[in-house]
Design a protein around this ligand. Sequence first.
Ligand code: FAD
Length: 402
Amino acid sequence: MSETAPTHIVIGAGIVGAATAYALQKRGARVTLIDRGEPGRGASYGNSGALSPGSVAPLAMPGVLKTVPGMLLDPQGPLHVPPEYLFTALPWLLRFVAASAPEQVARISNALAQLHAGAIDRHLELAREIGAPELIIQRGHLHLYPDEAALAKDAAGWKLREQHGVKFERIGREQILALESQVGPRYQVGIHMPEQATVVNPFRYVTRIVAAFAANGGRVEQGEVQRLEATAPPGNSGWRCVGAARSWEAPQVVIAAGAWSLRLLEGIGMHVPLETQRGYHVTFKGVVAPISRTVVLADRKAFLAPMEEGLRIGGTVEFGGLDRLPDYRRARLLAQFARETFAGLGDAQEEVWMGHRPCFPDTLPRVGPAPAHPGLWLAFGHGHLGLTDSVNTARLLAEIIT
Ligand SMILES: Cc1cc2nc3c(=O)[nH]c(=O)nc-3n(C[C@H](O)[C@H](O)[C@H](O)COP(=O)(O)OP(=O)(O)OC[C@H]3O[C@@H](n4cnc5c(N)ncnc54)[C@H](O)[C@@H]3O)c2cc1C
């Protein structure tokens, strides 16, 4: 191998791939980071910016079978499966329900707690290293409920957090207003999580990591990897990433292509139950955000954040695959929730966006070696928590790969 040939390739420059390329480079690897588009334009572009290591409750909790049908029937509900996609989504949904068994929930919750441990400190360290400490604010998260009955519906999730030592405090309307004075009267009960944090511009975060990686000698290439080919004899590592116009080769390849990772794996005969849970955001651009920290409308499963560009509200889970066009009615619903909670958003310009959360039925990402494929590594499936878990994924992978 020549002195300049990469030792490692990372496919996908979302937050997971960017952080992984950066971490590998720090450990002395010669890394090429490939994305078919501009880095950070996937799910990592428009997430809600919440750094939530306290989120140790899996998505499928006991009783999910009772709550999901009601959500599906409610046009304003946080979950939507278009009828024509139901059949495609069914095997995934059945696995999702199986993951809600109490013993599975305990296992998954422990794994989530391990993956999240120390995440905020590592994000702060990374943000400092890339010269952008202003991207992270540490003012906690505020979860809002209309009343005790709504809070009671989430009791199991809060109990899990308590068991894992996550700090939080139940507060009333007066304390809500002391933290965030502009919250409308719909919300009377709150939970304050003082240790959580917020990235105030997730896209700029990725671009700054990639810029730091490039400044340290990393190569950033634009191109779509169409398939993977093993270049080494069985048992040895070596991969070719074949694109339309050119190919890239290295002994070690990390797949960090978010929800699209599935397509690369299918080409080498690996099948994983990865689905996209499509989510939406609306950013009210140019407004002074009426909040100073992440605020969660817990009854509507929507996250609001004070972004550099204005106020963002993100949420909803929509099935429908990678190719179907966005249904921006979901985003308009989010905008309505924001306007109902915060008077004074006026006629602010609204940016709408849809992104693909890469989700496994058991909530857990796949991070580690691809079974039976030496030199190939998996780093995808972070679902609703990919921003939070990107740094720990990167660190873990860089440690085991190098
Ligand atoms: C509405 C919404 C709100 C969210 N809020 C939060 C939050 O508050 N906190 C949190 O922790 N997480 C949140 N998430 C989840 C988080 O955004 C994702 O888990 C995370 O961005 C996934 O990162 P990734 O790098 O795996 O994927 P992506 O960011 O999607 O990156 C994958 C990259 O791979 C590239 N790619 C794909 N295929 C190929 C190929 N064949 N060749 C070359 N390049 C390829 C794509 O172009 C893309 O750039 C949210 C998600 C959504 C949708």
